[in-house]
Each structure stands twice: as structure tokens, then as C-alpha cells.
Ligand binder design. Structure first.
Ligand SMILES: Cc1cc2nc3c(=O)[nH]c(=O)nc-3n(C[C@H](O)[C@H](O)[C@H](O)COP(=O)(O)OP(=O)(O)OC[C@H]3O[C@@H](n4cnc5c(N)ncnc54)[C@H](O)[C@@H]3O)c2cc1C
Length: 450
């Protein structure tokens, strides 16, 4: 049936909203959180309830315009032309069972709300660094957290999900009721159904303690080696992130950091002070700035300076199976080279701990990898809209010899597919699950091209 009449009829049926290209609000509604990515959907829906979602699925089947759930578009891939984008903001329930350490979270809820609700409870959320990423988008894509060495990937914490299938059925799914669907939801969520709510494990954190040590770039090599060596015996209660940053030489920058390079090591323990481990890094260089003491995920999120408003950005990421001395030198030399100015930072996250022993079966797994790296390529106002192709390619060349067999789906960039996140058998299994639940492609193919 012709597209527009089907969408107009659907719009008249919905309790929520369907914004079409002729509407004034369309351009802003169609924009993803990552403003560097352009999207050309044929509609943007804000369903009010499950019946609205059913109407949208029927319209997709009738019109041939697939449904693409995109809570906010931090992970926008630029492949949504011709789709109806569905934003889940109305699905905003949040219930926390503190005694059991379990949360039931609607798929429109962002991590910030969960982190805030848990402050002082003795539990932390298996959340990523951005408070404005949705719990669903993150968890259904694997999700690597501040606390992943302690609690595993976000998807490993997914106990159950309320799923609307393409055939219109809506129920609670867990490992007993539908093990194949649960396996697929843990990392490849968007391709097998619409999740309306999730039941997740929280991470036990009796005493959150943190240390943040900043060193001058001249110490970077020694510092990163010392951090790398911690991985051998760090307990899973300790989580470690390293950021090697070069601030732009731009007038908007505060003078004390303009054009400067430095490396910051962040250690987060869920079980009180980790001074002995931190000392092994502290004495590898000369500390320029240090903060340490009891903290909370809310304070960590506030200090992390992640952008909370839609922002254009590019990046590249890599899961590594090793981080040897030669690779550390190559990475630092690469990032310091003046031609690589578009790469403002390289973040390094220590893996291992609970990540090495997933508790639940799932498509997403980073078992066996040791480090998760990401290169940050911000796009500044007035600059070219797509800087850094050569730098991103250069970063990928530097890390290529140490690449782990698979990475976390939430770390994929535009155009990358789930084939980078699982072996051939897993990807085949995913296709089989999808073919069973969505044989005619009512849901957008997402990162699993048909
Ligand atoms: C500043 C920033 C910081 C980040 N930090 C981290 C981090 O620390 N760790 C990490 O792992 N990732 C991180 N990410 C990546 C982020 O977690 C992913 O891009 C995530 O998918 C984005 O969530 P979103 O709510 O914007 O989802 P969107 O980008 O809007 O959607 C992502 C995909 O999730 C699926 N999906 C979402 N909701 C549903 C649903 N209800 N039903 C079915 N499918 C659904 C769809 O397939 C959709 O395409 C970060 C991204 C940014 C921009």
C-alpha cells in the first residue's frame, strides 16, 4: 500500500504522536543525539503505549517502511533512510527492589535516573559513562560500564525483558521462557523485537571509592605500562580507565589546558580504598593533580564531563587482546603527531574480572579481550563536519596487530556491523533467531544487514 496514506491512517489511530516530513517539527525530531549523523526517516513516532507500538508494526508491514527503535541516537549509524523511527520516552517506569538488587526499567529511561535513584543504596547501576544514554539502548547492545570488571557487560545483567514481537504478542521473556530470544537480546536487541521494559541486576557496591591521578604527557608511557601491569592481579572489585588527552590549541580552551597533553588514570573500587594498587601507578610518574576518597557513581558521572546535550562526534574503538610496550609507544607516538590533531583523546578501559566469566548466555561477549580502546574525535563548531577520516584510519592501523576477535556492539561506529562482535556461528544463530521472529523485515535490519 502507498506509504503516506498508511502512515496518515496510523497517525489518526495513535494515542501518541507520529511526526511526518510535512510537519514543522520533523527535522528536529528526526535528528539523532549524535548530530554528525544524518538520518532520512519517513516518520518519527512517539508511541504512548504498547497498542501504539502494535499500530506502528502493522503500518510497517502494510507500507514496507520498517520500524527502527531509536531512544535517542547516541549509537546512530546513519542507515535509517526510509524507516519510521520510534522513540520510547513514554515507557518511563522505574522500580527498584533494593533488597534483591534488581531494577525494572522502562525502555525510555536514561541511566542518569537509575544512577540517581541508587545513590546511597549500596548498589550501583551497570551503567556506561553517559547519564543520557538509555538503559535499553545500552543494555541491548552489550554495554561496557564503569563497573564492568565487577558486574560484567550490561547485557550480562539482563535478567528478563518485556518484548513486543512483530506478531503483536507482548510478554515477559527470560532464559526459561525463550532462551534463543534472550540470547539475542543480550547484545543484538534491536533486531529481534521491541523491548518495552527490562529487568536488570544491580551491582553490589558496599563502599564506592575512587582515585583520579593526572600526569604530564612526558610520563604517559611509564604510567600506562604501570596501569597495564595492574591487570595481572587487580581484583574484580577494582575498575580502571585511562584517558590520554591532547587539548585543542583553540582560543575557547581555558589557558591552563590549552594545547596541553596529559594522561589521567581513574580507579574505581566498589569495596573501599585501593591504595596499594593506586600507589603502583602513582610512583610511575610525577602526579600533577590527584583526587581520591569515597565517592559515588553520581559524583563520578558529574566529574566525567560527558556531554549531556546532543553533540556531533566521531570515534573509533577497538577491543585488544594484549597491550604490550610496543603498542603503548605506537599509540602515544601516533596521538602526539601533529597530523593526528582530530583525535583529542584515546580512552583505555581495563577488561577482565567479571567480563572474563559471563553469568548468562548472550550474543555480546568480550571474554578473552584485555583492553577496550576508543579514540575520541570531537567536531567543533565552525570546523569541517567530517574531520579525521585519515586519523581514524591511522588509529585502526596502529591497533590492528592486537585486535581481539570481537568487540562490544555499543562500541561500533557508523557503518560497522554485528559481524565484528561475534564469530560466524553466533552471527548465523542471530540470523536464525531473527528469521523466526521477523521473517518479512518489519523491524529495521539494524547492524545485521539482511
Ligand atoms: C557520550 C557517549 C558516551 C558513551 N559511553 C558508553 C559507555 O561508557 N559504554 C558503552 O557501552 N557505550 C557507551 N556509549 C555508546 C552507547 O551506549 C550506545 O550508542 C547506545 O546504543 C546508545 O543508547 P541510546 O539510548 O542513544 O540508543 P540509540 O542509539 O538510540 O539506539 C541504539 C540501538 O539500540 C536498540 N534499541 C534501543 N532501544 C530499544 C528497544 N526499546 N527495543 C529494541 N531495540 C532497542 C536499537 O537497535 C537501536 O538501534 C556512549 C555513547 C556516547 C555518545
Amino acid at each position: 500500500m502507498a506509504l503516506l496514506p498508511v502512515l496518515e491512517t496510523a497517525r489518526d489511530t495513535l494515542r501518541g504522536t507520529l511526526i511526518l516530513p510535512s510537519d514543522d517539527a520533523f527535522a528536529s525530531a528526526a535528528r539523532p543525539w549524535n548530530l554528525a549523523v544524518e538520518q532520512r526517516p519517513v516518520g518519527v513516532a512517539l508511541p504512548a503505549d504498547v497498542d501504539d507500538l502494535r499500530t506502528l508494526l502493522r503500518a510497517a508491514a502494510d507500507s514496507g517502511a520498517p520500524v527502527a527503535v531509536q531512544p535517542s541516537g547516541h549509537g546512530a549509524s546513519g542507515d535509517l533512510a526510509g524507516t519510521v523511527i520510534v522513540r520510547m520516552a513514554a515507557f518511563d517506569e522505574l522500580e527498584i527492589d533494593v533488597a534483591a538488587g534488581i531494577a525494572r526499567v522502562g525502555s525510555g529511561v536514561r541511566w542518569g535516573a537509575v544512577v540517581e535513584a541508587l545513590e546511597g543504596s549500596g548498589w550501583v547501576a551497570p551503567a556506561g559513562t553517559s547519564p543520557v544514554v538509555s538503559v535499553a539502548g545500552y543494555t541491548l547492545g552489550g554495554g561496557h560500564s564503569w563497573f564492568s570488571r565487577t558486574g560484567g557487560l550490561g547485557s550480562d545483567n539482563l535478567r528478563a525483558a518485556w518484548v513486543l514481537r512483530v506478531d503483536g504478542t507482548h510478554d515477559r521473556v527470560d532464559d526459561e521462557s525463550d532462551p534463543d530470544l534472550m540470547w539475542a537480546l543480550r547484545g543484538a536487541g534491536g533486531v529481534v523485537g521491541i523491548v518495552t521494559a527490562l529487568e536488570i541486576d544491580l551491582v553490589r557496591a558496599p563502599a564506592v571509592w575512587g582515585a583520579s591521578l593526572t600526569f604530564d604527557a612526558s610520563d604517559a608511557e611509564r604510567v600506562i605500562r604501570a596501569v597495564r601491569d595492574l591487570a595481572e592481579d587487580a581484583p574484580r572489585s577494582v575498575n580502571v580507565f585511562v584517558d590520554s588527552l591532547r587539548m585543542p590549541d583553540a582560543p575557547e580552551m581555558p589557558p591552563e589546558i590549552r594545547g596541553r597533553s596529559f594522561v589521567t588514570v581513574q580507579v574505581l573500587s566498589v569495596d573501599g580504598p585501593a591504595d596499594a594498587l593506586v600507589d603502583r601507578v602513582r610512583f610511575s610518574g610525577s602526579v600533577q593533580r590527584e583526587l581520591s576518597g569515597p565517592t559515588s557513581p553520581g559524583a563520578v558521572a558529574a566529574a566525567s564531563n560527558e556531554p549531556t546535550e546532543p553533540t556531533p562526534g566521531r570515534g573509533a574503538s577497538a577491543a585488544l587482546s594484549r597491550l604490550d610496550d610496543a603498542l603503548i609507544s605506537d599509540l602515544l607516538r601516533f596521538r602526539e603527531h601533529p597530523d593526528q590533531w582530530p583525535i583529542m583523546g584515546i580512552g583505555m578501559r581495563m577488561l577482565g574480572g567479571a567480563l572474563g566469566a559471563p553469568r548468562r548466555p548472550g550474543f555480546a561477549s568480550i571474554q578473552g579481550a584485555e583492553w577496550l580502546l576508543h579514540a575520541l574525535v570531537p567536531i567543533f563548531p565552525g570546523g569541517p563536519s567530517e574531520p579525521g577520516d585519515a586519523s581514524i584510519a591511522g588509529f585502526e592501523r596502529v591497533v590492528a596487530p592486537a585486535l581481539a576477535p570481537q568487540t562490544v556492539p555499543t562500541f561500533l561506529g557508523p557503518g560497522q556491523t554485528l559481524a565484528l562482535c561475534g564469530d560466524a556461528d553466533s552471527v548465523e544463530r542471530l540470523r536464525t533467531v531473527r528469521d523466526a521472529v521477523d521473517p518479512s523485515g518489519v523491524l529495521h535490519e539494524g547492524r545485521l544487514p539482511r
